[in-house]
Design a protein around this ligand. Structure first.
Ligand code: NAD
Length: 371
């Protein structure tokens, strides 16, 4: 099992380091042979090679069975032309590897109900899955650019434009992914669109409705994105699987992250048609806390668990990591983002201590199982 390790920038190296240590621990216990190779990506690759996704990094990612990714980006690269900015690395990987289906489970661990910005009763037991289409929409649509406006309210003024587009096959394949995921869960799909205003999302809605005919055991509801944003904080437990386009999914999954207590808790998987995938936390490189040793590594550790489950076919090892995370939270360990006064017996810890604790919990659970 070959894993490409791409830590990236900011807190990326810190959190990926912890996930790799947890993977080593679980590999030892389960007798897995995991070959890892690390490469530069994002700003680190811009500094070293002048490009956020060098050919050597892309080749490593192509050859691997799965990719564990940290995060990319830093404000210092904002002046670079867009094609050379660190964030282009992740867009490039998704595009080149055809990683079209992004799974973002938002799970509120019972130990963290107090850490959510919503009332505990609204989030206790929350378990929703946001499926975001990753390779289409306004992020990739052409044409895009800047020009002098010839019409509109201010002809002659500078204007910028991006093009929103989706094709029928792109919508069909993500709709199948969503309905099939719902069949393994609570059999409900909410398709989020803006069909009342945007033609692209009228097509989205029509195609999702057509694909639904093949899944009579799954309930389908359509919801406009503005309403979905509201319902996510009003009654999040009413959702099961949410499927949506690239931009709406980007925004709604960050919103859902806060239901779980912190964006530092939210893992993600980006899969191709054969379940090869890139696994990364849903957050960015957090330059504001980089190098301070306080970032929450759990989203990355949980992403590594998703990697074992989806791409490496090791569900027992994945379960083991997830149980170890629960055990550590039950033991009261909290990084600052999930720590708050009045949560009972909790201890504030840094990135390293949290990673150590999860790795140790894996070994301890094993000992308990043996004895
Ligand atoms: P961010 O997700 O990096 O940070 C938002 C806030 O959440 C910050 O206050 C940060 O400290 C906090 N946070 C994030 N992860 C955390 C963790 N693991 N533990 C504790 N706190 C955490 O978003 P941003 O500040 O908008 O963007 C920073 C950079 O990251 C930008 O360059 C952006 O383009 C990039 N970015 C990259 C990705 C990616 O690599 N996939 C995704 C989003 C943003």
């Amino acid at each position: 099992m070959r894993i490409a390790i791409l830590p990236g920038d900011g807190i990326g190296t810190e959190i990926v380091g912890e996930a790799v240590r947890v993977l080593d621990a679980v590999a030892r216990v389960h007798g897995l042979k995991l070959e890892t190779e690390t490469a530069l990506v994002g700003g680190a690759a811009v500094d070293a090679h002048g490009h956020p996704l060098p050919e050597s990094t892309l080749s490593l990612a192509r050859a691997a069975d799965a990719i564990l990714f940290g995060a990319v980006g830093d404000w210092k690269y904002d002046k670079l032309e867009r094609a050379l900015r660190p964030e282009q690395a992740i867009l490039g990987l998704r595009k080149h590897l055809q990683l079209f289906a992004n799974f973002r489970p938002a799970l509120c661990y019972e130990q963290l109900t107090q850490a959510s910005s919503l009332k505990p009763e609204l989030v206790a037991g929350l378990d929703i899955l946001i499926i975001r289409e990753l390779t289409g929409d306004i992020y990739f649509g052409q044409p895009r650019g800047r020009r002098t406006a010839t019409d509109g309210h201010f002809p002659g003024a500078e204007e910028a434009f991006d093009t929103m587009r989706y094709s029928r096959p792109e919508i069909e394949r993500i709709a199948h992914v969503a309905f099939q995921a719902a069949q393994r869960r609570n059999r409900k799909v909410t398709s989020v669109d803006k069909a009342n205003v945007l033609e692209t999302f009228q097509l989205w809605k029509d195609v999702v409705t057509e694909v639904h005919a093949q899944y009579p055991d799954v309930e389908l509801e359509h919801m406009y994105v503005d309403n979905a944003a509201m319902q996510l904080v009003r009654a999040p437990k009413k959702f099961d699987v949410v499927v949506t386009g690239n931009m709406f999914g980007d925004i709604l999954s960050d919103e859902a992250a806060m239901l779980t207590g912190s964006i530092g808790m939210l893992p993600s998987a980006s899969l191709d048609a054969k379940n090869k995938g890139l696994y990364e936390p849903s957050h960015g490189s957090a330059p504001d806390i980089a190098g301070k040793g306080v970032a929450n590594p759990l989203a990355t550790i949980l992403s590594a668990a998703m990697m074992l489950r989806f791409s490496l076919d090791q569900p027992a090892a994945a379960d083991h990591i997830e149980s170890a995370v629960r055990a550590v939270l039950s033991a009261g360990l909290r990084t600052p983002d999930i720590w708050s006064e009045g949560q009972g017996a909790v201890r504030k810890v840094g990135t390293r201590e949290m990673g150590d604790a999860v790795a140790a919990a894996i070994t301890t659970t094993r000992k308990t199982t043996k004895s």
